[in-house]
Design a protein around this ligand. Structure first.
Ligand SMILES: Nc1nc2c(ncn2[C@@H]2O[C@H](COP(=O)(O)OP(=O)(O)OP(=O)(O)O)[C@@H](O)[C@H]2O)c(=O)[nH]1
Length: 513
């Protein structure tokens, strides 16, 4: 008869005895050493001891290394948040399944018991023993309790969350395991499944792309409330009935889950939860992206037309992380036309070579990906505003040529300064001439210039040799407006043009009138 193992009667004693016997046997079986051999062995032992002593004498230098690795990371997080806010790698582990149990059948009433006269209170009892009613499966077999399912791990887009910085402080998250089947012992109708482990929900900013590390993209959480299960909890273990062999046939009629031998015990163990490493990348979700060289006045523009209050200062790279602001709907338009608010993202200033990562440009450029309209801010009082304009356009093109296909408005800023005021019209003309009015691509939009004819350019003539498109092969701006966002000059005109560009993008989503 096969040996039936039961958790209530562990075989640890037997195992210990077997281990001791084996040890004794092993000692006895060791061949006797002759004297020279014995001497050599002692010598070897001494050598080892000496080496060990020497090793202990010179311990590896401990603390300074730890300081170097841990402390700067924490300091860097607060000082250089812009390097970390939009990318993080985390490891998540779902909960293990809870364990099932090995159960015994309840004792059957003794056939030898003397028969006593049946009373009213004995209703439902057979020979004085209460008849047990078990929970049943669909097929009629007795439902044995299962270990609880391990908790899943879910990542969801939360509007209250803004950056991924917290994942640099804590990079490992574990869900709870499922509960074990509470009662081992005798099968009864009151037994419950183990409790399911709670789902671990991890909030991330809206716009986070969740990807397996070095693997496939799992989800793009572009809208508030979007969520994805990234790791599934382990299945709970099943329970088994342990009955002696002579009772098996009867027990099998009740349930097929009869324990046969020790190897069945693995079935009662819950499955381990999934563990995955995830790469989280934040791509800002905004309808409008503000681009331009450092110090052009992008943050000032954002604070002039929205309630956002970004840092503004007279030195480049004041903005290190995208700032978001909400643009109210245009009250002059009907509710259906454009009542919804649009989000504006003020991106850090771009410099020449940004597409190659200069000034962390690549990190910022990727935040334009979801924008529909680009507002290009140019400092009209700078030495060469047209060149500044071209530098930024070229960087956009080299990072992602599709950025140049999007409708865009050029804001010639700082016209309160005399230098800018004098050359405003010539600048507007020059900038609005760089591009083609009707480009080949389907997704380009016919330009709407303030006085520009765009005569100088025809796309067929200006295509660069070798097939790569030049700036003039991309659409001209929707509008070029002069403004002083600091002094609130030309703000209405600018807003009108931004809304017009946005309106064109939203038009195709509006319901048919
Ligand atoms: N005279 C004048 N100064 C302006 C105007 N707009 C912005 N400025 C000034 O230009 C400087 C830079 O402005 P910011 O808004 O920080 O420029 P930014 O483009 O966001 O700069 P980065 O953060 O480096 O990308 C600040 O000193 C502003 O006060 C304007 O219309 N007129």
């Amino acid at each position: 008869m096969p040996l039936l193992l039961h958790p209530r009667f562990p075989s640890s004693h037997a195992a210990a005895c077997a281990h001791r016997d084996a040890a004794v046997h092993h000692r006895d079986a060791r061949p006797a050493l002759h004297l020279p051999e014995l001497h050599a062995t002692r010598q070897r032992r001494n050598n080892v001891a000496c080496r060990a002593t020497r090793a202990r004498e010179a311990p590896p230098p401990p603390l300074p290394k730890q300081k170097q690795t841990v402390a700067p990371a924490a300091a860097a997080l607060s000082k250089e948040a812009h390097k970390y806010f939009d990318h993080a790698v985390v490891t998540v582990r779902a909960g293990d399944g809870g364990h099932g149990a090995v159960l015994a059948m309840p004792a059957s009433p003794s056939t030898d018991a003397p028969k006593s006269p049946r009373r009213r209170s004995d209703k439902g009892k057979r020979n004085g023993v209460k008849k047990v009613s078990y929970k049943r499966n669909y097929d009629g077999s007795v439902a044995l309790p299962m270990g609880g399912h391990g908790g899943d791990v879910v990542v969801y887009a939360d509007e209250a969350s803004e950056t991924l910085l917290q994942f640099h402080e804590k990079a490992r998250y574990c869900a709870k395991r499922g509960g074990n089947v509470g009662a081992a012992g005798t099968l009864s109708s009151r037994m419950h499944n183990g409790f399911a482990g709670e789902t671990l929900r991890i909030p991330v900013p809206v716009g986070t792309v969740v990807k397996r590390k070095k693997g496939a993209v799992l989800a793009d959480l572009a809208h508030p409330g979007d969520e994805v299960i990234v790791a599934r909890g382990g299945q709970g273990g099943i329970s088994l009935i342990d009955v002696p062999e002579y009772k098996r046939r009867k027990a099998m009629a009740l349930s097929p889950n009869i324990m046969r031998d020790a190897s069945d015990k693995v079935l009662i163990h819950g499955q381990p939860g999934e563990e995955v490493s995830l790469e989280l990348t934040l791509r800002v979700v905004a309808d409008v992206g503000l681009v331009g060289l450092p110090n052009a006045g992008k943050s000032t523009l954002l604070s002039a037309i929205t309630l956002a209050r970004p840092d503004i200062a007279d030195y480049p790279f004041t903005t290190l992380m995208p700032n978001l602001g909400r643009l109210g709907g245009d009250p002059s338009l009907g509710a259906l036309q454009f009542s919804s608010e649009a989000t504006l993202a003020d991106l850090p200033g771009l410099i020449e070579g940004a597409h190659l990562g200069k000034g962390l440009g690549r990190n910022f450029l990727r935040h334009l990906r979801r924008t529909r309209v680009i507002v290009h801010v140019v400092d009209a009082a700078a030495d060469d505003p047209v060149d500044d304009y071209k530098i930024v356009r070229k960087e956009l093109r080299m990072y992602n040529p599709q950025y140049l296909e999007r409708p865009y408005v050029v804001v010639l800023n700082k016209i309160d300064l005399p230098k800018a005021q004098d050359r405003l019209s010539s600048l507007a003309f020059e900038i609005s001439s760089i591009g083609c009015e009707e480009c080949d691509d389907n997704n380009t939009i016919k330009g709407n210039l303030n006085g520009s004819t765009g005569e100088n350019n025809t796309s067929s003539e200006t295509k660069a040799e070798g097939g790569e498109k030049e700036l003039r092969d991309y659409p001209i701006p929707q509008a070029v407006v002069g403004a002083s966002v600091l002094k609130h000059i030309g703000i209405d005109e600018m807003l009108k043009e931004i809304r017009a560009a946005l309106g064109k993008c939203f038009d195709h989503r509006l319901p048919e009138p």
